[in-house]
Each structure stands twice: as C-alpha cells, then as structure tokens.
Design a binder for this molecule. Structure first.
Ligand code: HEC
Length: 151
C-alpha cells in the first residue's frame, strides 16, 4: 500500500514537471530536455529563479522576453556571450542545448518559425569572447532596438 503511494507521488511529480514545459516533443536543438532542465536548475535558476522571472536584485526576467533578442541584429550573439551563459561550467554542446531550451521554455511565443537553434560550434566561438562589464551596455543597446522594431 505504502509503495503504491510512493509510486503515485512519483508519477504525479513527473507529470507536473512535464506539464510545466510547453508544446509537444523536444524543442529544436534540444536532444534531452530533462538534462537541459537539470543544467538550468544547477547553473542558472539561482539568479533567474526556477520560472525565469528573475528579480531586480539578481537577474532580468527571461520569461516572455528572452527570445525577442533573437529577432534583432546582434541579439543572437549577445545571448551566448552574456557572462552567466558564456562562463557556465558546461560543454559547448550542453550549453547550446541549454540555451535552445531556455528560449523555448521561457519565451516560445517570440521564437520565429525559421529560428535556427544554436549549435555547439557556434557557441564555442561566441563564448570565447564573453561580455564582461560591457554586458549591461550591450543589453540596453539591444533593448532600445527591440522596442522600436520588435514588440
Ligand atoms: C550570478 C547570476 C546569474 C547567473 C548564475 C546566470 N545569470 Fe543569466 N543573467 C544575469 C544578469 C545580471 C543578466 C543581465 C546581463 C548582465 O548584466 O550580465 C543575465 C542575462 C542573461 C541572458 C540574456 C537575456 C537578458 O535579458 O539580458 C540570458 C539568455 C541568460 N542570462 C541566461 C542564463 C543561463 C542559461 C544561465 C545558466 C547557464 C544564467 N543566465 C546564469 C545573471 C545571472
């Protein structure tokens, strides 16, 4: 009886986690969404919060926002060069998957249908030139473009 209750709880837990991810099937450029989510939990959510909502003190909200950067020139590069991403202790391919997952998980609505997922080789090139103190400036520059061309 007790074992059944435990299994029931496990099924409920898994169903909740799966239900929290939008759409059907794995998103483009993500072979293993569960692994990407684990990488998110271990490396990112401390600042960005589990639901990507961020906070004034830690990190900007990715929810409903992050994919908009992919629609302005320079935005795609910015997302991979931002310090928290570029310096994450993950391989290039794990980081590519995590970034693709992040876009899909938190802002699928702003992803264009023709969006090309990040690949490991592209991530390798971009993270080799991480943004440092200039990240905030680059962010503000891109956001100014977003509000003009990409509502
Ligand atoms: C120490 C806190 C911290 C951690 C950890 C962190 N970030 Fe960030 N993140 C930030 C801050 C702050 C910014 C805003 C740009 C800047 O000034 O660095 C940002 C910006 C971003 C952006 C660009 C979107 C925007 O609105 O500027 C993405 C995408 C992102 N983070 C994803 C991640 C991912 C994925 C991870 C985990 C691998 C991660 N972050 C880990 C603090 C963090």
């Amino acid at each position: 009886m007790q074992r059944r209750a435990v299994i029931g709880c496990l099924i409920l837990f898994c169903a909740t986690v799966l239900a929290a991810t939008p759409g059907e099937g794995p998103p483009p450029g993500v072979a293993d969404p569960r692994l990407a989510w684990q990488h998110w939990a271990l490396n990112c959510q401390g600042c960005h919060r589990p639901d990507g909502s961020g906070s004034m003190q830690t990190a900007p909200s990715l929810a409903g926002m992050v994919a908009r950067f992919t629609n302005v020139p320079g935005g795609r590069q910015y997302l991979a060069r931002v310090p928290g991403v570029a310096t994450a202790p993950l391989s290039d391919s794990d980081l590519a998957e995590l970034l693709n997952w992040t876009l899909w998980r938190f802002d699928a609505a702003h992803l264009r249908p023709d969006f090309q997922p990040y690949a490991a080789a592209e991530i390798a090139g971009l993270r080799a030139r991480p943004l440092r103190t200039e990240a905030a400036h680059e962010r503000a520059r891109l956001i100014a473009k977003l509000t003009r061309f990409n509502q």
